[in-house]
Design a protein around this ligand. Sequence first.
Ligand code: GLC
Ligand code: GLC
Length: 651
Amino acid sequence: MYEQVSHSLLNAILDDLKPEIRRQDLRHFYTRLGANFYAIYSLFFTLYGHRVDFKAQMLRLVETMARGYIDRSAELERIDIEREQDHNWFLSQKWVGMALYTNGFADNLADLVTKTAYFQELGINLVHIMPILMCPTGKSDGGYAVSDFRQVDDRLGDLNDLRRVAEEFRKRDILLVLDVVMNHTSDEHEWARKASMGDSRYQDYYFVFDNREIPDMFEQTMPQIFPESAPGNFTWNAQMQKWVMTVFHDYQWDLNYSNPEVFIEMLDIILFWANQGVDILRLDAVAFLWKKIGSSCQNERNAHLILQLMKDCCQVTAPGVLFIAEAIVTPLEVIKYFGEDAIIAKECEIAYNATLMALLWDAIATQNTKLLYQGVKNLPAKLERATWLNYVRCHDDIGFGFDDNDIRAAGYEPYAHRQFLVNYFSGQFEGSPARGMVFMRNETTGDARISGSLASLAGLEAGQENNDQGLIDAAIKKILLLHSLILSFGGIPLFYNGDALGVVNDYGYRDDPGKSDDNRWIHRPKINWDRAELRKKQGTTEYSLFNAMKKMIAIRKETSAFADFNNREVVEVDNSHLLCFIRFNHDRPSERVLVVANFDANPQYLDLYLLRSRGIDPFGQFIDAYSGGKPAQYDRRIVLQGYQFYWLTEI
Ligand code: GLC
Ligand code: GLC
């Protein structure tokens, strides 16, 4: 498309570029800038076109991209070009991820390098290292309150250590994922300090107000994220004598993206990390990027425009780098973070599938799949070149944010059902083996979330404490069942540190004043590597879990039908304890896998007669890819043990 206004502006900008930038070999950069410029210009204009300094800001934006490109190494540029040619590379079933805190997995970044063999032993080839940047002690929100976006926390190492991690990962074909906390900074960040001291340029980086008038208006429609430990969305700053917007904790200041300088600063930071060899950037709390009075200040259209602009700019400089959207919102909203009205992702290529995660936990608690089916069926179709991050546990709490209509359709009353789930996972429900903790009960709305490690929520902690082998076995089966589903559903499975070893809750956070008001620390444990050796000793829980996971991962990697090309058909069956879907190879649709999972503690059967319309022979013969054997079958029924799953292929 030839668009005069944007093209003449582009020419003017190129004339104005600083001489040291003009002199470099920018061939690929110019090609990509030319291709993306109309989109970049239009988005930047929509967001900032009303400002008198629009053109000057636009020039700074292009300079930032150009400088980022000049700093990009030849090796990274080679990878960019490779990925541009093989643009579906991340949809492959070969990727299997793990998220970890550096000091929960190793002593520091240097020590992490020495432990990478563990990833390969298990089959992990995508590692999300949780925030590693400078954070004030005790006011860090687990690393999500950054005080310097370019400095590694010296307790973990320095930039050279991180580069070594990136190199080591690249050698072993492991993708590196790091966070960029886009929505807010720590109150000790230089920008916030300058703002506190009265510098109005930096006050414009945030939302600051002289009195409560506007904050009170915002509060009328904004929900609370941490109602127990950080009520309200604004904090009084005595030094500045002003109120500042702090949606998360009072020490996390929300950045103001209606200021183009903020956007350009954050783009610069994103490109900086892309140039350190990061393959995928996790963009934190993206739903919150735009604030509008009268709204919940989540999922605003301009938040999407900011992300589209970020993607377009990043593609010019570092096109091989992907974005993960961390937006823990309803399915209808989350799907928009891939980009609306697009075929390929134009915002983030990957998004957390929080809906599936919460639905899986619902099925564990209820031992039935009524809500799970409802939710999976209503999961909107996603774009062709975009994928889910499927997970069971992560470093955050579990919220039961299902659609109320889905809950009703499953036959429950929404409020009572959520209460049941909270009671079940906090072990207050009679007979529940779960050992979670209630997180952030909101007395006004009645809402509450759950903290706890996978093993403890599945009943392993209770089983081990009471020496109850039955409970232990059931917990192991539940853990494997959940993992079998995130491995086969479609998308990138993301395990959490310790979950392949059955690591239970860590109550040590209670003694640390910087952590004691946040029970999410219960599920951010440190691996005990002596104990982890038990994964090599037959008969231990560690052995059972680790080896089963390792086997599942290896099978996933060999099963083309598990790649993510919108190649899943959900199958309704007449047994409400089962979840059943078909995955097929998108190149050869006859090559398919029938996934069946039993959430009940008791044996259940699947009537194959109901699968006739899917072309499955009710009297056909099957092989279970996981066990390597034939499933128990009689008549036209396939039988599953309590908490068993199958990955069936027809023979
Ligand atoms: C993200 C993180 C969470 C943190 C929040 C605020 O959602 O996952 O741990 O509390 O952002 O930074
Ligand atoms: C909310 C936010 C999410 C954050 C979490 C932390 O669910 O939507 O971004 O990670 O709170 O508990």
